[in-house]
Design a protein around this ligand. Structure first.
Ligand code: ZN
Length: 242
């Protein structure tokens, strides 16, 4: 089964549309959370995701914040501004969709968690130590995560071996062996100094994980962020991928 794996869309509709156009036909879509926050089109993005027939989606920290479930003090000032605007902008129907998202999901050999299987809402997996600890918190062969906005893979060949960390590049393919923690990067706010939307194609039968990148017109998103008086930093960063 060819599965599109996306994460951290952050209300960036042109990036999401570019990914859907670029990925070709898929059998299913797995979305690892943070549909909203930072960007100017939260309703459009949630509606686009909601309409996908073969969808598995989980909750991210920005989705929870948009529902008023998190203390805003946990965010920096710019993120607070964008969260308050998102809370006021999201329709009731779209809030209801986010409200029903689980924090984790298991699909066959795969566990889905936004931050980490240990702490799905807040924890970042950015180093081999954190990854190693997290291998104890899921029972499946593989765990798919988002949250860091970086296309990373962590591979553990056995309980006693060290975890190997890799930064994945465009068109790089991994033949998956148990066990691994994989991040497809961010659709709507990449942070690896590459402005292109990041996503992965997973073949659940051949167990191939391929990282993909696609250009999108970020100028349109920058213009809309400014039109709604959202923090300019969230517009500027899109051009640089940070
Ligand atoms: Zn995010």
């Amino acid at each position: 089964m060819k599965t599109l794996v996306i994460s951290d869309i952050h209300a960036n509709l042109p990036a999401l549309e570019a990914v859907f156009d670029h990925c070709g036909p898929v059998d299913a879509v797995w979305c690892l959370g943070d549909l909203v926050g930072y960007g100017p089109d939260p309703n459009e993005c949630v509606e686009r995701i909601r309409a996908i027939p073969n969808l598995f989606c989980i909750l991210g920290n920005h989705d929870a914040a948009a529902l008023g479930q998190l203390d805003l003090a946990a965010f920096n000032f710019d993120a607070q501004q964008s969260t308050l605007w998102t809370q006021l902008t999201l329709s009731q129907e779209n809030k209801k969709f986010l409200l029903n998202l689980p924090e984790t999901r298991t699909i066959g050999q795969f566990t889905l968690a936004h931050g980490s299987p240990h702490n799905p809402i807040w924890e970042y997996v950015l180093d081999t130590y954190t990854a190693r600890v997290n291998f104890q918190f899921f029972n499946t062969s593989y765990c798919l995560i988002g949250h860091s906005h970086l296309p990373l893979s962590f591979i553990q060949a056995s309980e006693i071996t060290e975890v190997e960390m890799r930064i994945m590049h465009e068109s790089q393919t991994l033949a998956l062996t148990p066990r691994a923690i994989l991040n497809p990067g961010s659709v709507g706010q990449p942070r690896d100094h590459d402005s292109r939307a990041s996503y992965a194609i997973l073949d659940t039968e051949t167990l191939q994980w391929e990282l993909k990148r696609v250009h999108y017109p970020y100028e349109i998103v920058q213009e809309r962020i400014r039109r709604f008086n959202l923090p300019d930093r969230h517009a500027l960063r899109l051009a640089y991928g940070w």
